[in-house]
Ligand binder design. Structure first.
Ligand SMILES: CC(C)(COP(=O)(O)OP(=O)(O)OC[C@H]1O[C@@H](n2cnc3c(N)ncnc32)[C@H](O)[C@@H]1OP(=O)(O)O)[C@@H](O)C(=O)NCCC(=O)NCCS
Length: 165
């Protein structure tokens, strides 16, 4: 059943413990990311842009987070970023991911980003479907792009162009 009372607000430093718990649950699926360990706060903080970091709450608990990482340090790519989204497994399939990713898209467009990308394991149909549902299109598939625990994986590449540019 879809949760209607989802509150989304910007990430604050004190949220990190819960963010890392939710991240750990995603890592444990084996199909969410090439990472295998939850990063320290400093590592996590350096991976993601400072703007457009959001956390979602339902039933008085944090149930998900989303952020953007830069495509490149080069100035010409300043409006291009990659999405990351993690929802507590207890709250999967309740529409939280859709609300949080839509919020991330809307706020990124207001902030001037013109292209969002997503790089998703082909097995992660939930994330591919979620991104497609919100207007991302598949542009290709990287073959055996990197290893996780010694095993090569493909990545499906999706993108969404801002309606403002
Ligand atoms: C991917 C993820 C963020 C989806 O979040 P969610 O809150 O469960 O998704 P929602 O309930 O908002 O569903 C939105 C859409 O996603 C798709 N979807 C969600 N769960 C799905 C599943 N198990 N199988 C297939 N499609 C699914 C559907 O298209 C759904 O739309 P619909 O309900 O109208 O059919 C969540 O499963 C997650 O956190 N997974 C672990 C971490 C991860 O893989 N993150 C992404 C890394 S790229």
């Amino acid at each position: 059943m879809v949760l209607n009372d989802v509150i989304i607000r910007p990430f604050e430093h004190g949220d990190f413990f819960r963010v890392s718990e939710i991240y750990k649950a995603g890592l444990d699926t084996g199909i969410a990311t090439f990472e295998t360990q939850v990063p320290s706060y400093d590592d996590w903080d350096s991976r993601f842009l400072k703007i457009c970091r959001y956390v979602a709450f339902a039933k008085n608990t944090m149930v998900g987070w989303a952020a953007l990482s830069p495509r490149s340090k080069r100035e010409c790519y300043r409006g291009v970023a990659e999405t990351t989204i993690y929802i507590d497994p207890v709250f999967h399939g309740k529409g939280v991911g859709k609300k949080l990713l839509q919020h991330l898209i809307d706020e990124s467009e207001k902030a001037g980003f013109w292209t969002l990308t997503a790089h998703i394991f082909p097995e992660n149909t939930a994330s591919i479907n979620l991104h497609e549902k919100l207007g991302f299109t598949i542009v290709g598939q990287h073959q055996r792009i990197a290893q996780r625990n010694g095993k090569w994986h493909d990545n499906v590449v999706l993108e969404k162009r801002s309606k403002n540019s």
